[in-house]
Design a protein around this ligand. Sequence first.
Ligand code: SAM
Length: 332
Amino acid sequence: MVSDAPKHYPVLLKELVSIISPQHGGTFIDCTFGQGGYSKEILKFKNTKVIAFDRDIDSKPKAVEIEKNFSERFIFKNKKFSQLEDLKIKNENVKGIIFDLGFSYTQIKDASKGLSFYSHGKLNMRMGLNSFSADDVINKLNEKELEKIFKFFGEEKEAKKIAINIARKRKKNKIDTKSLVELIEKTKIKKNFKLHSATKVFQALRIFVNKEITELISGLISATKVLKKDGILAIVTFHSLEDKIVKYFFKSLSEKKSISRYMPKLEQSEIIFNMPEKKPITPSTKELKENISSRSAKLRYVIKKDDVYKFETDIYEKFQYLIEIENIGNKL
Ligand SMILES: C[S@@+](CC[C@H](N)C(=O)[O-])C[C@H]1O[C@@H](n2cnc3c(N)ncnc32)[C@H](O)[C@@H]1O
């Protein structure tokens, strides 16, 4: 979530709560704790318990505050949501698992994280528990690799030219946040007056540095395993790549017909979810007025049909081309 609003603002909160129904009690997993907006709302209902994850250690002080008031019903883990299954939550009555993807207002305002193109200094973009930074990416990967990252993760049409200019410039000087923004502004011919010239490259770098595609796919699979019968899996996405992955995962495990040439057997395998709404839920006019940065938010959800913990999915094959690009980072 990119926020221009003056404070942290949990997106689609009312809609999310009405879907997961915490008034009936149970355990909820908040995979993206952030500033705790969703967790706090769930804990208002008496018979609930929340297990929260965030990869950013800077979320911890907020979590400690909540722990003081709800020591029996709240646990925080500074872990990535791809590590969901490492937790011994087999005995929990998991009624809902929620993901609010991307980054928070607090993170974008933290100049040291370098998520905003208005920050200065060394490139970073690590949200936490990373193995390399945007500085490594921009100053070490070759032209072709950079082009792929900008093209596929940012849908940047001028990816090639930008990559060539980066490779040229870094021969003389190391590139930092400010010089990267200037380079992009100078390189791009097609200006979009609604979007900052660096938006797409910055989104691409953030996805790459945080391995967001691999994280999301792994998180979706683990969440599906951990959820109990009638439990709800709800995801808020903020860009088309994320939404495409979530939509495919939900649809492919909700429909009876074979949806992929890779996995014709799906017809015989179990159908894991009910998907009550085919279209995503988007922010109301009121929310858009209060927080314009919620404009790209999409909420999708499914309900688990049975207590099934093993299932087949072709999601890795389907998005292999993106995972391969993320794996370029393994050599950094
Ligand atoms: C949009 S914010 C969530 C805001 C939260 N819903 C609230 O109301 O305060 C996203 C959070 O998810 C965290 N995050 C992103 N990817 C993650 C991952 N793979 N594992 C764990 N946390 C992640 C970020 O560090 C950030 O704090």
